[in-house]
Design a protein around this ligand. Structure first.
Ligand code: MV4
Length: 451
């Protein structure tokens, strides 16, 4: 096993990776920006290196500075966490050139999954159902209109370099498509440096259900069941759970088998997630593949008993997976909520100095924390300050524990979305498992605009 690894990330995920390293007796190295000098994760490592100014472009995205810290510290591998450089094939290549193990999949597969048109093609070839749509990029409005009329409206206009909804728009007719095409292409060009667009038929009232996979470099692959992540606001996930309250056992198995097939065909290695859109009749369609550990990985850990970070490290070290599909069992139910430093009604970020931060402990309660009592939440990064995960023998018990923990969660000095989370999980529709992607707009927003 590696003796020392560098964590090219910050916040709760840096702390999460450090915890597994300690368990495995691996020395840890942090890199941090000027804004994170006093952050908890910097205090938890064996060694730390200041790599630049607060803005990510000048620190957490600065490959040269990160590699310099890796070399100085004698690190053998780099864990990229999520976000930042985690899906950057160029970073993976630079790690390899510097003789460091990148804890993730190959550069080739990362690049392929980053290009949504190439990813659709690869999945289609692997026998994974994709949303009906274009096999290639569409170069102009006229071509887009011709395709749209072939599949029929409504369609989704999407950016090949996209993700997170940027450059994406639903259009209902030729006129709307004409209006939307250039603007979205330009936006994608600005955000990703690539204005390539493609089309998909719009799946109506979809759910977002994703399958966690793990694969080694010896050709072994397993899935760790699904996560239901439909409750989002503006493509920002708010509540995630496993198992999905919606899926039948038959569809669950089909989705898992499909995910394994994809991973094997792609010769994927390490942890990954295949996202699907699922319609009301449980038809599922490939959406995107995330080639990294995800924010919501703890719910999978809770129901399978597997430490995903440990498996990432073992696989990156060349070890074979220590289990087969038949060894994996689901147990109970887990729900994660993301706690953001933001106004619960207007959703504006709410940075500032914490004056109190006290989290409740209890049976089935797990915390992943980015902050401590004396922390300052800066405006430079994602405003997620913590994740709260509740486990129960069934969904009802998980919800009850989550509710109790949210009621006793103490944060002062900044605003948080905790009031929103309480409203969401107390809602009859949530309790009934009506976790659709429209949940926040349909059930939460009317609640707070009335108040
Ligand atoms: C879709 C869709 C409906 N039909 N594609 C949103 C984020 C981006 N990664 C893909 N997204 C969607 N793609 C087709 N063909 C609806 C969405 C979508 C969505 C998906 C998952 C979770 C929440 C969502 C909210 C709005 C739109």
């Amino acid at each position: 096993m590696f003796q020392k690894i560098l964590i090219a990330n910050r916040g709760e995920i840096a702390a999460r990776i450090i915890r597994t390293c300690k368990k495995m007796n691996i020395a840890t190295v942090a890199v941090y920006s000027e804004a994170d000098q006093y952050a908890p994760f910097v205090k938890q490592v064996d060694e730390s290196y200041l790599i630049g100014k607060p803005r990510v472009n000048e620190s957490y995205l600065n490959i040269d500075n990160i590699l310099e810290a890796a070399e100085k510290s004698g690190s053998e591998a780099i864990h990229p966490g999520y976000g930042l450089l985690s899906e950057n094939a160029e970073f993976a290549r630079r790690c390899r050139k510097a003789g460091l193990t990148f804890i993730g999949p190959s550069e080739e597969v990362m690049a392929k999954m980053g290009d949504k048109v190439a990813a659709r093609q690869a999945m289609k070839e692997a026998g994974v159902p994709i949303v009906p749509g274009t096999d290639q990029a569409v170069s102009d409005v006229e071509e887009a209109k011709a395709y749209a009329n072939e599949f029929g409206y409504p369609i989704m206009l999407k950016a090949a370099a996209g993700g997170g909804g940027i450059g994406m728009q639903a259009v209902n007719n030729d006129a709307e498509l004409e209006k939307a095409f250039e603007g979205n292409s330009k936006r994608a060009e600005t955000f990703f440096g690539d204005g390539t667009m493609f089309l998909e038929k719009q799946i109506l009232r979809p759910r977002h259900i994703e399958i966690q996979v793990l694969a080694d470099e010896h050709g072994n692959a397993v899935h760790l069941f699904e996560r239901e992540c439909s409750i989002q606001r503006r493509h920002q996930k708010v509540v995630e759970e496993a198992p999905s309250p919606f899926l039948s056992e038959k569809t669950r198995k089909e989705m898992g088998d499909t995910a394994i097939q994809a991973v094997k065909v792609l010769r994927y290695k390490n942890a990954g997630t295949i996202e699907f859109l699922v319609d009301k009749d449980e038809n599922f369609y490939f959406l995107e593949m995330n080639t990294r550990l995800q924010v919501e990985h703890p719910v999978t850990e809770e129901i399978t008993g597997i430490d995903l970070v440990e498996q990432q490290l073992r696989v990156a070290n060349g070890e074979p997976l220590p289990f087969e599909q038949q060894d994996l069992k689901r147990n109970g139910h887990a729900i994660e909520v993301r706690i953001y430093a933001e106004d619960p009604v207007r959703f504006f970020p709410s940075p500032g100095q914490l004056t109190k931060f006290n989290v409740p402990e209890g049976e089935g309660i797990r915390h992943e924390l980015a902050v401590a009592e004396d922390s300052k939440v800066t405006p430079f990064y994602d405003p997620m300050i913590a994740k709260l995960i509740a486990y129960g023998n069934d969904r009802k018990e998980a919800i009850a524990r989550l509710r109790g923990a949210l009621e006793n969660y103490q944060v002062e000095g900044i605003k948080t979305n905790i009031p929103m989370l309480k409203d969401v999980i107390a809602h009859e529709k949530f309790k009934a498992g009506a976790t659709e992607t429209s949940f926040v707009e349909e059930y939460y927003l009317p609640l707070v605009t009335e108040k």
